[in-house]
Design a protein around this ligand. Structure first.
Ligand SMILES: C[S@@+](CC[C@H](N)C(=O)[O-])C[C@H]1O[C@@H](n2cnc3c(N)ncnc32)[C@H](O)[C@@H]1O
Length: 246
């Protein structure tokens, strides 16, 4: 969906099937990535020096550490994904001694993840950290209790930390198209995808305070480029927000 060359035939096939039912999926994936970059740039400029990117995906253009580096050369970035193919690519393309590390782990077990030596030896959880859950929670099923999972993360980080999140909204497409797309995801390594209602998405932030402009359509979060205005026509499937722990 993001273009580039680090992708596989099976992914390209799945993308074609998704775009057939929800053509906005591709521009939305790009808008999601642009939000990720804007939010990370903003937080690096605000002084955050540690980033934990959960469900980081296959490396592509404008990865988190590259964006952070523009502002803060010494910042540390931990990428986490459970997919073995992502792990192979990420280790080869992203890791940098002392600054960028990739950890293959399941974010459904956040306490275990945060206790891994690769994480504890690298991040100082007594200092602020930006936890990124960008386009990932809609791949976590209700049965896996994403609310409790995110709470563990919120509780573990120091005051001054941030939660950065995007999430698909339920019920904005034609039910049949949505079901077809869910079907594609069920047949993929993600095991399924589900949108949620706005109130449920807001609840993931707990008592963290949403910074301006709040929980908004992914294109409307601090747009920094006139081209983004053109994307406002995209359907509101994907919401984005950044919140701070007081
Ligand atoms: C849509 S990609 C998001 C990539 C990136 N965050 C972005 O927004 O561009 C979702 C990623 O989450 C990973 N993922 C899904 N479930 C996961 C889990 N339980 N633990 C760790 N990673 C997971 C998938 O392997 C995939 O690489």
């Amino acid at each position: 969906m993001l273009g580039g060359k680090d992708n596989l035939a099976v992914d390209r096939e799945a993308v074609d099937r998704i775009a057939e039912h929800i053509p906005a999926a591709i521009p939305l994936a790009r808008a999601n990535r642009a939000f990720l970059q804007r939010s990370v740039r903003h937080l690096a400029a605000a002084g955050v020096r540690q980033f934990l990117d959960l469900g980081s995906g296959l490396p592509t253009g404008g990865n988190v550490h590259e964006v952070v580096r523009e502002v803060s050369p010494d910042a540390k970035v931990v990428y986490v994904d459970h997919d073995p193919v992502v792990a192979t690519h990420a280790r080869a393309l992203l890791e940098e001694e002392g600054k960028v590390v990739f950890v293959q782990a399941d974010l459904l077990r956040p306490a275990e993840l945060l206790a891994m030596p690769e994480v504890t030896g690298f991040l100082d959880l007594n200092q602020p950290v930006a936890v990124l859950l960008v386009s990932i929670l809609h791949f976590v099923q209700d049965a896996d209790d994403p609310a409790s999972m995110v709470k563990v993360l919120r509780d573990a980080v120091a005051p001054g930390s941030y939660l950065v999140l995007t999430h698909a909204v339920e019920g904005l497409g034609q039910e049949r198209d949505e079901e077809n797309v869910r079907d594609v995801y069920r047949g993929s390594s993600t095991g399924g995808a589900q949108g949620r209602e706005l109130a449920e998405i807001r609840a993931f932030f707990g008592d963290f305070e949403l910074i301006e402009p709040g929980l908004v359509h992914v294109c409307e979060w601090r747009p920094d480029h006139p081209d983004l205005i053109g994307e406002e026509g995209l359907p509101g499937y994907l919401m984005a927000g950044v919140a701070r722990k007081g």
